[in-house]
Write a protein that binds this ligand. Structure first.
Ligand SMILES: [Zn+2]
Length: 362
C-alpha cells in the first residue's frame, strides 16, 4: 500500500474501531501472573470462608487488589500481591482462581495463555509445591475444556527463596515427573534486594535438563545491567527488560541470541520503570529488531485486559495496526507449546486476519 493511503487508514481509525478490532483479534499472552489476576468476587468468598483478614465489600477488595497507577518502585508494587497469596493457600482456592483467570482470558479472545505463579509461596497451610501445581493445572484444564483457549503453566522460582529450596522443587519434578500442563520455570521477585540470578543457576539448569523451558524476570529494577545478568542464565525469554534499549551492545546481543522480551507496558509504568506509556521502549525495541511480545503481567493488580493493553500500544505507544498484529502473531512463535499446537494456532490466527485488511496492510 502506498504510504499516503496507509496514513489515511491510520488517521481514519477511530478509537471505537480500534477497540473493537483489538477485542475481536485472536490473542496470545505469555506473561501473566495468577496471583495478580484475582477476581474481587472470588477473593471475597475465599476470605470469608477461610477466615482471612480482608475487606468485606467489593469496592474495598478491589481497592486492595488493584495496585497503584504508579508505585515508588518494584518493591512497593509487589505489596499488592500479599493478600492474593494469603488467599491462595489451599487446593480448592487455587483451582477456583485458575479457572476464573482462564474464563476471563477466553472471554476477551485470548486463544493461548501461559499462566505463571510461584508454587512455593502457596505452601503455608501444608500443600507441597507439586500439589500447588496440580491444583492450578486442574482448575486451568477444567476451565479451558469447551472454551477456545489453550493454557500452559510456568512455575516461578522466587529470587527471595533459598537456592536450595528452589532446587529441591525442581528436583522433585525430575524425580516424580512434571505435572501435565507445566512447560517452564521462571525466576521473579524483588531485584533490588536479590539482584543476582546466578544464585539460582542450579535449579534453572536442572529444569532445562528435564525439558522445561526457561524465562527470567529482569530489569524491573537496575535497568539494562539486570537484563544482562539474566542473559547469563540463557533464558529463551526475559520477562520485562524494556530498558535494554539503553545499552546498544545488549540490544545487539538480544537480537543475536534471539532472546524474547515479554513486555508489559502498563505494569512497567506502575513499577516506575518508565514514567509514562508514551515513554515505553516497546516500539523502539521492535524497530531495532528485538523480538518482543505484548502482555498485561496482571489482570487485577494492573487493572488492564490484554485488549486494553493492545489499544494502549497503538494509541499511546504508537504501534501501527500491522505492527500490533505482527507482535500478536510473534507471541505464538515465542510460546512454550508443542509445534503442533503452535502450527494449529497460527493457522487459526491467519485465517481470522485474512478478512481484516487493516491488520495486514494489504
Ligand atoms: Zn511478571
Amino acid at each position: 500500500m502506498p504510504a499516503t493511503a496507509y496514513h489515511r487508514l491510520m488517521s481514519d481509525l477511530d478509537p471505537r474501531t480500534l477497540r473493537a478490532l483489538a477485542g475481536a483479534m485472536p490473542k496470545a499472552e505469555l506473561h501473566l501472573h495468577l496471583d495478580g489476576s484475582l477476581r474481587a468476587e472470588t477473593a471475597l468468598e475465599i476470605a470469608r470462608t477461610r477466615g482471612v483478614d480482608a475487606p468485606r465489600t467489593y469496592a474495598g477488595m478491589r481497592g486492595v487488589l488493584v495496585g497503584p497507577e504508579q508505585s515508588e518502585d518494584q518493591a512497593a508494587l509487589l505489596r499488592a500481591f500479599d493478600l492474593p497469596i494469603a488467599l491462595m493457600q489451599d487446593a480448592a482456592a487455587l483451582e477456583h482462581i485458575a479457572a476464573d483467570l482462564v474464563e476471563d482470558k477466553a472471554a476477551e479472545r485470548v486463544r493461548y495463555a501461559e499462566i505463571r505463579w510461584a508454587p512455593l509461596l502457596h505452601t503455608e497451610r501444608g500443600l507441597t509445591g507439586r500439589e500447588v501445581v496440580e491444583a492450578v493445572a486442574r482448575g486451568a484444564a477444567a476451565a479451558s475444556a469447551g472454551r477456545s483457549i489453550e493454557v500452559r503453566l510456568i512455575a516461578t522460582l522466587m529470587r527471595s527463596h533459598a537456592p536450595g529450596r528452589n532446587l529441591a522443587f525442581v528436583a522433585d519434578l525430575e524425580a516424580h515427573g512434571v505435572p501435565a500442563g507445566l512447560v517452564a520455570v521462571d525466576l521473579a521477585g524483588q531485584e533490588a534486594r536479590f539482584p543476582d540470578p546466578e544464585l539460582h543457576r542450579a535449579a534453572i539448569d536442572l529444569a532445562r535438563s528435564i525439558g522445561l523451558h526457561v524465562t527470567v524476570h529482569a530489569g524491573e529494577w537496575g535497568g539494562a545491567a539486570q537484563v544482562r545478568r539474566a542473559l547469563a542464565l540463557s533464558p529463551e525469554r526475559i520477562a520485562h527488560g524494556p530498558l535494554a534499549i539503553d545499552d546498544p551492545t545488549l540490544v545487539a546481543e538480544l537480537i543475536d541470541r534471539g532472546t524474547w522480551l515479554d513486555l508489559c507496558p502498563t505494569s512497567n509504568v506502575q513499577a516506575s520503570i518508565v514514567p509514562t506509556l508514551e515513554d515505553h521502549p516497546l516500539r523502539r525495541l521492535l524497530h531495532a529488531g528485538v523480538r518482543v511480545t505484548l502482555n498485561t503481567d496482571d489482570l487485577t493488580v494492573s487493572d488492564v485486559t490484554l485488549t486494553e493493553e493492545y489499544v494502549r500500544a497503538v494509541e499511546r505507544i504508537g504501534l501501527t495496526l500491522p505492527e500490533l498484529w505482527a507482535v500478536d502473531l510473534a507471541a505464538l512463535e515465542a510460546a512454550f507449546c508443542d509445534e503442533a499446537t503452535r502450527a494449529w494456532l497460527r493457522g487459526e490466527f491467519l485465517a481470522w486476519a485474512a478478512n481484516v485488511p487493516e491488520l495486514t496492510g494489504a
